[in-house]
Ligand binder design. Structure first.
Ligand SMILES: [Zn+2]
Ligand SMILES: [Zn+2]
Ligand SMILES: [Zn+2]
Ligand SMILES: [Zn+2]
Length: 479
């Protein structure tokens, strides 16, 4: 079997070890925006199935599914997906069938992913499934588990889950301790598989992609084509530079991002954005993203706490917001977010919530943006395109600030905006928004997927419609 270094050499990549972050993926040639750096099929994967929502185990679609008649756990869209998965599922199915019905209810996607991991290792050991340099269990063994960083509660949970996996497998050679450690490995290394619009579909383990480290200012992006993981450059990556992707939602102040990374991935990020923590630029950015608005509605300045901690001073116009007033509004916001209408997703409550948040937070605030995002979704569900477009447009400046350059979320937001403008007959605006979407998404998503082809076709149709509108009435030739 070819080894990993020579397999990676063909991609223009190598694995280096850095003392402060361990393994990392380094380029051995230049990569340009939009270029695929590496793509990989999952070692194991599982759809996020629940009682109400199922997806095909093979391709993750949710239409025309049939349940595996034996185990009643796996779903397939047709015989080709079922056949492709059969070598693995045959064994999984037997194991699940042995389980009594009561226990089978506890077989969550995470439990299945672990069972599949053990089955795949067994089948590769027995040479039933072939191994390659980028598809073998030693790559899984090389992943970090961070067991010493996990708190007691989480350890107990992993032990309970490991118990169930052990009960399913009933293999004398597996130990509960090792299974629990593997759960910790999956928590730090598995990826959420999303569709082209970044909606989560399932979870997969991609051991080579897992070598890529995190940056809050990444030079590459991870997207999925079905269950294939594809890493594309979003910046010009020079030969010898480390390839990075983002593990978390990068919208957040440095303190918020670092907290998320420590809690889920157990490391302190030292990326170019994070090393600026507590510098003036970083404090200013936090005040925009998570801080309060100026007392003067017309002013877009950001606020900082004054030295005697009595209030917040606008750094643009100098007005002060009283600490008690801010506190009162903040508690009203908190109370409303706990109300039943909010939790049931009532649009009227969200509108009131947005009104209230606007009085408290800076216009670039992430909280406000999230509420408007929710209102956009709710208006779309109600097919109120005009209102949906209004909310979409309010989020765009925030998206531009949060996700500069080639970021899929910014591209997708332009796409939504363009579709709404077109529905409302604003063809000229739609062309502008769809063009912005294409400029970004062709880099992050490539140009070959059905999703991008659909977007390009919409843009062409909008352009054709616009040029038809430009023709004067008498230019229409009646044949
Ligand atoms: Zn399928
Ligand atoms: Zn089955
Ligand atoms: Zn960072
Ligand atoms: Zn001001």
């Amino acid at each position: 079997m070819e080894d990993l270094p020579s397999a990676l050499r063909d991609f223009g990549l190598t694995v280096s070890i850095l003392p402060e972050k361990g393994r990392c993926l380094v380029s051995t040639r230049d990569f340009y925006p939009g270029e695929v750096i590496i793509s990989q099929e999952p070692y194991v994967c599982v759809p996020n199935n629940s009682l109400v929502n199922s997806r095909c185990d093979g391709c993750f679609v949710s239409r025309n599914l049939k349940k595996c008649s034996a185990c009643q756990v796996a779903w397939y869209c047709g015989s080709s997906c079922q056949k492709l998965d059969w070598k693995l599922h045959r064994l999984e199915c037997q194991l699940l069938c042995r389980l009594d019905e009561e226990r089978r209810k506890f077989v969550t996607p995470s439990i299945r992913l672990m069972v599949k991991l053990y089955i795949r290792r067994k089948l590769q050991n027995e040479k039933v499934i072939p191994t390659t340099a980028t598809d073998n269990h030693s790559l899984v063994e090389a992943l970090v588990a961070h067991m010493s960083d996990i708190d007691e509660k989480q350890l107990v949970l992993y032990a309970q889950m490991a118990n169930l996996v052990n009960l399913i497998l009933q293999w004398p050679e597996t130990s509960i301790k090792e299974i629990a450690e593997n759960f910790s490995k999956l928590a730090c290394n598995a990826h959420t598989i999303c569709d082209s619009e970044l909606r989560p579909l399932g979870t997969g383990l991609y051991p080579v992609v897992s070598i890529i480290n995190h940056s809050c200012l990444p030079n590459a992006v991870l997207v999925f084509e079905g269950r294939l993981a594809v890493v594309r450059a979003v910046h010009h990556i020079l030969k010898g530079a480390e390839v990075s992707i983002s593990y978390i939602e990068t919208a957040g102040s440095t303190v918020t991002r670092q907290k998320a990374l420590r809690e889920q991935y157990h490391f302190t990020c030292r990326c170019p954005r994070c090393i600026k923590v507590w510098q003036y630029d970083d404090i200013q950015e936090s005040a925009f993203l998570e801080g309060y608005s100026c007392k003067d509605d017309e002013c877009d300045g950001f606020l900082l706490r004054d030295s005697d901690d009595k209030g917040f001073i606008c750094q643009k116009c100098g007005r002060t917001r009283n600490k008690e007033d801010v506190k009162k509004l903040a508690s009203e916001v908190k109370a409303m977010s706990a109300s039943s209408g909010y939790n049931q997703g009532a649009i009227s409550v969200y509108k009131k919530f947005e009104n209230l948040q606007r009085k408290l937070f800076h216009p670039f605030s992430i909280c406000l943006m999230q509420t408007r995002e929710k209102l956009l979704q709710l208006s779309m569900n109600l097919e109120d395109w005009r209102e949906a477009l209004a909310y979409c447009k309010l989020t765009i400046p925030v998206y531009q600030r949060l996700y500069p350059g080639f970021h899929p979320l910014l591209g997708l937001q332009y796409y939504t905006c363009g579709k709404l403008e077109w529905l409302l007959g604003n063809t000229e605006d739609a062309i502008k928004s769809l063009t912005m979407a294409v400029d970004i998404l062709r880099i992050t998503h490539g140009t070959n997927t059905a999703f991008i082809k659909d977007l390009l076709m919409k843009l062409e149709e909008a352009r054709a419609e616009a040029s038809d509108k430009l023709l004067p009435d008498d230019a229409i030739v009646v044949s």
